[in-house]
Write a protein that binds this ligand. Sequence first.
Ligand code: AMP
Length: 173
Amino acid sequence: MPSKDIENAIRDIPDFPKKGIIFKDITPVLSDIHLLRKSIDLMVEPFMNQKIDVVVGIESRGFIFGTPIADKLNASFVPVRKPGKLPYKTEQISYELEYGTDSLEIHKDSIKEKQKILIVDDLLATGGTAEATCNLISKLKGNICGFVVLIELEFLEGRKKLNQYNVHSIVKY
Ligand code: AMP
């Protein structure tokens, strides 16, 4: 299924949130139900017969795509969030950013050993967030079956950090 219509709707916002970053604004995709539905269908397609148990969505745009993908896979949905947002006991991971470090958290009881996991986010850039999420899920002994995003910034080579996983993206730059 061609995805040119989705690509055409994604809007470049220069120097947001900081100078030098071209932010990929997906809100025009979200506000067109045909494009939103098509995005979800294209993202979930390779995983339909993989018996995924849990879809993990990365804060915050990973929640938007992750929940309907979980519905289509008849799987549960689990959020990975920035520190201090989850109310119950958490497992945490820190990871390096260009300047400084950041952390992510998941509820300790959200994944059971060997459950089949699909991770969802809106965009893959350097792969730091994705790699940290994979390491977090590995701490809980989940079995990561794939990582899916709507947008991949191929020139940043984030995929290299995820070479042991099945990475699927719809619109590539
Ligand atoms: P990274 O860890 O570098 O792969 O960055 C991925 C995360 O940052 C995702 O959760 C994206 O939502 C966000 N992100 C990074 N770069 C961009 C960008 N150019 N436009 C929109 N979101 C971005």
